[in-house]
Design a protein around this ligand. Structure first.
Ligand code: B12
Length: 210
């Protein structure tokens, strides 16, 4: 059953079928499947395929946006489940997270935020296209311990360096990610505390640095 659910979730995102995606997400929830499997092995794996097809110009922007909408609606269904299961572990730390200025991609960042919430972190999600100063202000307002920043374009990756420079003096730890971001970039160019290639790895990395 769970293999069928994962296959249907992937198919629903690939075919940009919002109703199908929601129906099979709900089935996954009802069957008690781990939310991280629903996200990572179902929805995100469908989104990966969409990304590949977009890169090969097999599909166009409107289709990508529809797939993205489908994924976001499913994340809305999953959020309360994630938050409910995460409560048991108590709150580990407060994370301010956002997509950097000039970049409107936020699906991956939302996935990371949801997984962190589900794993006992308090998350302040500022959204997308967020200037450095807003990161700084949010750290002060929420007394955050960690800053996470997502960049999905090579043109917006340098914003991560500016964020690092601005928040380092506040004594917070930092984690960076996004499809073009690498461990090497974070270590050598940004000087951040952690890098994670996906949401599950982000949880693991933060568990280690706090
Ligand atoms: C969906 C999508 C869009 C959607 C975004 C919808 C939304 N609400 O987010 C829309 C259609 C709006 C869009 C617009 C554009 N896009 Co676009 N888009 C994509 C696409 C196909 C998938 C991205 C995605 O959501 N993936 C699924 C998620 C789950 O994966 P993810 O984002 O990688 O996130 C995971 C990890 O990276 C990591 N992670 C992510 N963030 C963080 C943060 C932290 C702290 C950590 C630890 C980890 C982490 O964990 C996540 C979960 O596992 C990518 C292609 C690709 N292969 O990435 C192009 C892509 C990113 N887009 C691209 C471009 C060029 C654009 C546009 C400029 C297009 C245009 N001509 O208008 C605009 C951007 C305008 C702007 N100013 O930002 C390029 C970027 C090229 C580059 N390297 O610079 C890509 C690579 C496509 C391509 N090959 O051309 N896009």
């Amino acid at each position: 059953m769970s293999d069928e659910i994962l296959a249907k979730l992937k198919e629903a995102i690939e075919t940009q079928d919002i109703e199908m995606a929601k129906e099979w997400t709900q089935k996954g929830i009802d069957e008690g499947m781990p939310v991280k499997d629903i996200i990572q092995e179902g929805l995100a794996s469908g989104m990966e395929k969409v990304g590949d097809q977009f890169e090969k110009a097999e599909i166009y922007l409107p289709e990508v946006m529809m797939a993205a909408d489908a994924m976001e609606e499913c994340m809305e269904l999953l959020r309360p489940v994630l938050e409910e299961t995460g409560e048991e572990s108590g709150q580990k730390a407060t994370v301010v997270i956002a997509t950097v200025e000039g970049d409107i991609h936020e699906i991956g960042k939302k996935v990371v935020a949801s997984m962190l919430r589900g794993n006992g972190y308090e998350v302040v999600d500022l959204g997308r296209d967020i200037p450095v100063d807003d990161f700084v202000q949010a750290v002060k307002d929420s007394d955050a311990d960690i800053v996470g920043a997502s960049a999905l374009m090579s043109t917006t990756m340098p914003e991560q360096k500016r964020i690092q420079q601005a928040v380092e003096p506040l004594g917070v730890k930092t984690i960076y990610g996004g499809a073009p971001v690498t461990q090497e970039w974070v270590d050598e160019d940004v000087g951040g505390n952690a890098y994670a290639p996906n949401a599950a790895a982000a949880v693991k990395a933060l568990d280690e640095i706090i």
